[in-house]
Design a protein around this ligand. Structure first.
Ligand SMILES: Nc1ncnc2c1ncn2[C@@H]1O[C@H](COP(=O)(O)OP(=O)(O)OP(=O)(O)O)[C@@H](O)[C@H]1O
Length: 419
């Protein structure tokens, strides 16, 4: 289980070991091809089609001239073309869960030879929407058990309850966190502005005007605007266009072709404003996104972390502006904590909201008394009734048990580099 901030390069972190493992020939002989079933050695699952496409492109670059074959399969695109690609041979299959289940049910893909399984955006993959499909793929098809395969879970956020679920897919695993789990990078300047619902459009317009005026040769910098609903996305896009701001939109009701076209047009700068729902919140690595606007704030602080993480990537700086009003009161505490943690200026009015808000659920951070999540096994209330998680000494090599290789002896609540 690995956590590192958005834009820090997690894709390479799971692709290189897989490619290297396959190149070292540490995988079993596959059945002779003849039947139409293919037997990939590695499977990388991701929650959105666009993210699968991006991982595929990256993995192909990383495996250039290695002979390792990477194929992608995702929904909304013709399956026949993907089947033809698969028939040409596949070592690493990058897929979205729905399309993969389809391929498995058609017996066109077998997971029997999988030695590496990576779940990108693992917490999203295991939350309510995807868990049944992931369980089916990992537990009910022909995938080898944990231990035979190596399983890697990556995300910038990892709520405890999802960690707990994820541990079903792992055996004797290492929890590796770079920085605090769920924190955002301080390369992103975060601003929160109090804006009533009815003022949001004119406020956005002011921001965009100012941005254009400051831009090189009056050019609009790439701006990603997050809204809560698909309808809201279409309507805001329309309004921006009629007001002279070239915009496009990406959300789940658009055809795959339209989604891909929107992304291309945004990346190229032809339509420098992209209005998006959460479908674009995770993983997408679009160079030069200067500004992320949370026109509607999400209910979950982790979603906020992923959204703003579309800027400030790979060591570059970025700006994120959120429109906050009474409707977002339940997020106030988590938002103020997050901002403080990443050295941002927290407006006094937000601190007041944070102080008086009553909150619950996932918008509240729970980290054993400290802000930021960590390995849930270190929560004193967690017990699996065995010594294999903590203090056993034999397993868990990276930790060396609770009193082992890293200075030892730290209990819950004690700071360590692994927090
Ligand atoms: N060692 C490196 N040097 C320079 N650039 C890098 C390096 N590693 C990764 N990058 C670049 O950093 C960018 C972000 O990487 P990546 O998309 O893997 O981030 P991530 O950690 O998966 O983010 P997210 O949590 O948003 O999915 C990419 O453009 C990638 O090419």
């Amino acid at each position: 289980m690995a956590c590192a901030q958005t834009g820090s390069g997690k894709t390479a972190a799971f692709c290189f070991p897989i490619i290297s493992g396959i190149m070292r020939g540490q995988c079993p002989q596959r059945p002779l091809r003849g039947a139409r079933t293919v037997y990939p050695l590695a499977l990388i699952l991701s929650p959105t089609r666009e993210l699968s496409m991006q991982i595929h492109e990256e993995a192909r670059k990383f495996s250039y001239q290695t002979g390792v074959k990477v194929v992608v399969a995702y929904g909304g695109a013709p399956i026949n073309q993907q089947l033809r690609e698969l028939e040409r041979g596949v070592d690493i299959l990058v897929a979205t869960p729905g399309r993969l289940v389809d391929l498995l049910e058609r017996a066109r893909v077998s997971l029997q030879m999988i030695r590496y399984l990576a779940l990108d955006e693992a917490d999203r993959m295991l939350d309510m929407g995807f868990e049944p499909q992931i369980r089916k793929i990992v537990e009910q098809m022909d995938m080898p058990p944990p231990g035979v395969r190596q399983t890697m879970l990556f995300s910038a956020t990892f709520p405890k309850e999802i960690q707990r679920l994820a541990s079903d897919f792992l055996s004797n695993y290492i929890f590796l966190a770079v920085g605090r789990v769920g924190s955002s990078t301080d390369l992103i300047v975060q601003r929160v502005e109090f804006v009533h619902e009815s003022d949001k459009r004119s406020h956005l317009m002011d921001l965009l005007h100012a941005q254009r005026a400051n831009g090189v040769q009056g050019k609009q910098a790439l701006t990603l605007v997050f809204v809560e609903t698909k309808k809201g996305a279409d309507s805001l896009e329309h309004w921006l266009c009629i007001n002279g701001f070239p915009a496009t939109t990406i959300h789940g009701d658009r055809s795959q072709q339209e989604r891909e076209q929107a992304l291309r047009s945004f990346k190229s700068g032809n339509t420098p404003i992209l209005v998006a729902t959460d479908v674009a919140a995770r993983g997408l690595d679009i160079p030069h996104v200067a500004h992320v606007v949370n026109f509607d704030l999400p209910n979950d602080i982790d979603d906020y972390v992923h959204r703003i993480g579309r800027t400030g990537r790979a060591g570059k700086s970025g700006l994120a502006t959120a429109f906050f009003n009474e409707n977002n009161a339940s997020l106030a505490k988590a938002l103020a904590d997050l901002m403080q943690e990443s050295n941002q200026e927290v407006p006094a009015w937000l601190s007041r909201y944070a102080a008086r808000s009553s909150f619950g659920g996932r918008n509240r951070r729970s980290g054993g008394g400290r802000f930021g999540g960590r390995d849930f096994r270190r929560d004193s209330s967690f017990s699996r009734g065995g010594s294999d998680y903590y203090g056993g000494g034999s397993g868990n090599a990276a930790y060396g048990g609770a009193s082992g290789g890293h200075g030892g002896g730290y209990g819950p609540g004690v700071t360590s580099a692994w927090d």
